[in-house]
Design a protein around this ligand. Structure first.
Ligand SMILES: [Zn+2]
Length: 272
């Protein structure tokens, strides 16, 4: 059965422009995130998918409103996952990224960051990697291609550099890192539904290629503060290459494991 994996973040959802959008302010964004995910689910099924798995990937990964999600899909929620947000992609045939954002340091982008603002720069085999690239590589490792990405203009521009053929929907354009001109939320949902249907049809015909890189993988991580490099240098195989920098060479799953270890299990240092 052709199964679509939808990874959904919050920063690239229509209208979202700043952290923290806490309750009650974020309740509307949870609704809109759920609506954009539902559009991708319904579009995928209309395009010929037989099953959909959704991964909530923002912050504590508990944003999509479970009982408002389309009944045809299953939902992965909760943090501290081995592959950060791509676990179970190996069971799927195509990936859709909803609500994505540009990587750390991008100009003209809404809330650009790479997983966690403690990571200033991440490279994988000398490619500067944001979350869209990490998702594509994680899927590509299992021969699964990405077929569609939605988010702000900067995210789409970044993604097109390494996935030139994917379907895209731009829902907003940054005016600064915390401000944007957005399209109407209802229009965003409609565009996502149509794009997901077209992407799934093309995916079923083998129209997308998995994005892959060589192994062993070289990763370099630069942090906002030296203490984080100090922590990761305790992991066997990780080399501290500078005050705020570490590098690692090894298999893809081990490399992702090291990033996951940092994100999920190394605490924020008080006051930083
Ligand atoms: Zn996020």
């Amino acid at each position: 059965m052709y199964t679509v994996f939808i990874a959904a973040d919050m920063e690239g959802i229509t209208g979202y422009v700043n952290w923290p959008e806490k309750p009650p302010e974020d309740s509307w964004f949870r609704e809109q995130m759920t609506a954009e995910v539902n559009a991708a689910i319904e579009g995928s099924l209309a395009g010929g998918a037989g099953d959909v798995i959704v991964s909530d990937i923002h912050w504590r990964k508990q944003n999509i409103i479970p009982d408002k999600m389309s009944g045809n899909a299953r939902l992965i929620r909760g943090s501290k996952r081995r592959l950060m947000w791509m676990d179970m992609v190996e069971r799927c045939n195509m990936v859709i990224l909803i609500g994505f954002h540009a990587g750390s340091g991008s100009a003209g982008a809404v809330l650009p960051h790479t997983i966690d603002t403690r990571i200033v720069r991440l490279t994988i085999n000398d490619m500067v990697a944001g979350e869209a690239m990490l998702s594509a590589l994680a899927a590509g490792y299992y021969e699964v291609p990405v077929g569609m990405v939605t988010g702000d203009r900067a995210c789409i521009n970044e993604t097109r550099l390494f996935l030139p053929d994917v379907k895209t929907v731009v829902v907003k354009e940054a005016i600064g890192n915390c401000a944007a001109l957005g399209i109407h939320p209802v229009l965003a949902v409609e565009k996502i539904r149509v794009a997901a249907m077209e992407a799934t049809k093309r995916g079923l015909e083998g129209g997308f290629k998995p994005f892959q890189t060589r192994e062993p993988v070289d990763i370099v991580m630069e942090f906002s503060w030296p203490v984080y490099a100090e922590a990761l240098s305790l992991v066997p195989g990780v080399t501290r290459t500078g005050g705020r920098m570490v590098s690692y060479r090894g298999g893809w799953l081990d490399a992702v494991g090291i990033i996951s270890l940092f994100i999920n299990w190394v605490e924020n240092m008080p006051g930083l």
